[in-house]
Design a protein around this ligand. Sequence first.
Ligand code: ADP
Ligand code: MG
Length: 680
Amino acid sequence: MNKTIQDPVSVLSGVGEKRVEALNELGIFTVENLLTHYPFRYEDLTVKAIDEIEDNEKVVLEGVAISDGVVSHFGRKKNRLTFRINCDHVIVTVTFFNQPFLQKQIQAGKELKIFGKWDVNRKQLNGMKLLAVSGDNQNSEAIYHTTKKIRQSTLLKLIRQAWDGYHSVIDDTLPDLLLKEFDLLSMADTIYHMHFPETDVFMEKARYSVIFREFFYYQLKLGWRKKQLKNAQLGKSLNYNVEALKEFFSTLPYELTDAQKRVVNEVCKDLKSPRQMFRLIQGDVGSGKTVVAAAAILAAKTDGKQTAFMAPTEILATQHKESLEDMFKYINIKVALLTGSTKKKERDRILEELGEGTLDCIVGTHALIQEGVNYHSLSLVITDEQHRFGVNQRKALREKGMHPDVLFMTATPIPRTLSITAFGEMDVSVIDEMPKGRKAISTYWIRPKHFERLLTFVKKELDKRHQIYVISPLIEESEMMDLENVTELHATYQKALGPHVKVGLLHGKMPSSEKEAVMADFQENKLNVLVSTTVIEVGVNVPNATLMVIHDADRFGLAQLHQLRGRVGRGSQESYCILIANPKGEKGAERMKIVTETTDGFVLSEKDLEMRGAGDMFGFKQSGIPEFKVADLVEDAPILEEARAQAILLLNSDSFYQEDQYLKLREEIGIIINQQPILD
Ligand code: ADP
Ligand code: MG
């Protein structure tokens, strides 16, 4: 049988059932898995001169043994192996603890290379590892993630064995052109130098090559998927009425910002195009995304088409319905709200109108495209604050034979590196300009011990008839504790402010009808203060609210704090955000300071990404950001840009689809041969 790197690891000698199991636990099933189980760091094995070594430094010494190894026992089951070596005319004592089996390798006159920890005062090396004295002068050793069941040295030996047996059958699907242009190592050389780097230069090159490949393949896949999503046969060209849009804009009490105009144009272009739209609109809180959505809804209506507008919560859906109705008050367009709390009779009527086509736009939660909702002519789906339009939703639409244009809106500023990785299959529009006349929200950070002083400030705002949000700490592990916290905080505020102040309570465990009622009361200024968990987070619009207090602010992500802060400053009055936190450490304090210093959501999310890493960033936990083996989205961002540019270039070249040299690469990213490619 032919050898391939897909062979199971059990083909290697010394790999029995037990070892297979241990390797499997590390995610290693095939020879390829083993060869690409890359080290996470390297031990520096450069030989140093004795007088250059600092106390306790880990070093490699090279010399000739001037005595045999002697093992002595002490304590219970402990032993030490001692011998002396001559290192360039300095005599050094070497001690290995509890490795008596090394004794047979230590004889007077033998050349030795030892890795250990240096003791300056006693001129003694506490040996950790006996290294092979080989010709190839490798000056660093790979260190791997491993488990108790398999040792570093065993893993390294297996990798060496796999390399020796299989390096001749390692394939490279990366185009030669790229290898040359970016000075990348071939796949085989990359693997070799990742594990056995001969020099620092090779080590760096190998790392760069791995990272480039990881990004390149991922971007190639995303790019391909994007092309498929845009499949011309699936979309519809919308023939909307430009004059109607212009008229709509003229009825608004404000002029669109340049950024809004630009994004409206981008959306309209997509609507007109026969391809299916997949566009993400990013715009900071308050940048005016809703009116852009309204324009798209109206465009669809002028061509007799319907829109489904989905929000993550009922509160938001209700609010969207209301602001759409407000925007459309001079326009003939019919909008309805459908949520879990819609009464049966009303629901039936709405469904009927949707089926008949007398309803132009339906606003609601996810259920809009899932349950027995039948549309007369659905051609646009808008989702607000939905980080990912789930695979299930797409499937539900496809199964109904619908391929509507899809528009996503989010106020979470997404750093570019994440955006092109997690949302790489979408087009992105950014509203990067705020409507004129918005006041910056003054943000302050205080310690919990100053709570009394905060209350004085709260009372002052209340005296001005302003409203206040209070956000309770976020305890991710336990909804129960969130509930306890918010209830307690509610009591604290009610007690401190006195019975004449109406303090409302809002949390995720409340039935939605109750939530609606509380929100409505706050919106109508029947409640002065609203103590809430983060259910308040997105989109809520109460212009009379001027103060946002966030307890245990250090538990939130920076982007999330910014979102919460965006609930205030929606009216014409001066607005404030107070962060209460006792952060641990300098980093925590720095995070709080950053929020007080900038109101630019993108700056904050970049910082968040930098400080917490992609995995921990709020909202991205289940966002489909892939785990790369070696690449880091933050540190390796420049490589990501290069790899992405090359992936796009390749996807847009005819030769990629026609030439045999790309066959393997096409297979790798799942391009079905013989299928006509769809090019832009
Ligand atoms: P978000 O992007 O956070 O969803 P909204 O669409 O809710 O923002 O808009 C926030 C507020 O700004 C609304 O009250 C809206 O009427 C107003 N607005 C939107 N665009 C403009 C503009 N160009 N000029 C002035 N106000 C605007
Ligand atoms: Mg909004």
